[in-house]
Design a protein around this ligand. Structure first.
Ligand code: DC
Length: 217
């Protein structure tokens, strides 16, 4: 079987940055599953159907999402890399990702994206639902305050205008939603290697993961 490194964890735990760096070190295709949910949420906003569950399910069935090696996201052929991180999308994405049918469709899409490639995939349900048989399973964590601080710094760089308090509130709301889903909840299991990154730098977290993945080759 191809090599799968699965990373789950809450919003702002650093999964995206870490997965990107580990993918380069270990030569893995990087699949950001959160971006698939964000793309569905963006399309629901564009089509003005955020309160119409059926329409959102339809969107998730037929959606055309492509990731490029330089970390860009294309939705229906259009570069939406920045738009899917907007405040508007961030506010509604956990509601969209709670719809069971949407999850079913996107899990299938994520598996298709992985194909036969050696890959690193990050999200909320990768170690439990998408690839429960992955050889490497990690749960990346940090306190809500530290995660909000990191998002605040990231947003500043991207000119996304949200206060620290707004971000912290959004993170706590998403933590609640992420761990109370009917299907695909963010859960800790005995099979995951747990990493608390609150007091770790990004390179330190990357090293822990690459040492394990490379050490086993
Ligand atoms: O990791 P992120 O913030 O980009 O994720 C966006 C949303 O998608 C987040 O609210 C949780 C949800 N999500 C999910 O339910 N399952 C995944 N595998 C990945 C993300």
């Amino acid at each position: 079987m191809h090599k799968i490194v699965a990373i789950d964890g809450p919003a702002g735990s650093g999964k995206g940055t870490v997965a990107d760096l580990v993918s380069k070190e270990c030569n893995l295709v990087n699949i950001d599953t959160g971006a698939t949910y964000r793309s569905v949420a963006l399309k629901a906003l564009q089509n003005n159907v955020i309160d119409d569950e059926k329409a959102i399910i339809e969107i998730s069935k037929n959606i055309d999402i492509k990731f490029t090696p330089d970390k860009k996201v294309f939705l229906d052929g259009v570069d939406v890399t920045d738009e899917i991180r907007s405040k508007e999308v961030t506010k509604i994405v956990s509601q969209v990702s709670s719809i069971v049918e949407v999850r079913k469709n996107l899990v299938e899409l994520q598996k298709k994206m992985a194909g036969d490639n050696d890959c690193i995939m990050e999200g909320r349900d990768i170690t439990t639902v998408v690839f429960p048989n992955a050889k490497y399973k990690f749960y990346l964590d940090a306190t809500p305050e530290e995660r909000a601080r990191r998002r605040f710094e990231q947003n500043k760089e991207k000119n996304i205008d949200m206060t620290y308090e707004e971000i912290l509130e959004n993170i706590k709301m998403r933590d609640y939603n992420d761990s109370h889903k009917e299907v695909g909840s963010l859960t800790r299991t005995d099979e995951q290697i747990y990493i608390d990154s609150t007091n770790l730098t990004i390179p330190e977290v990357v090293k822990i993961i690459t040492d394990i993945v490379k050490g086993d080759e």
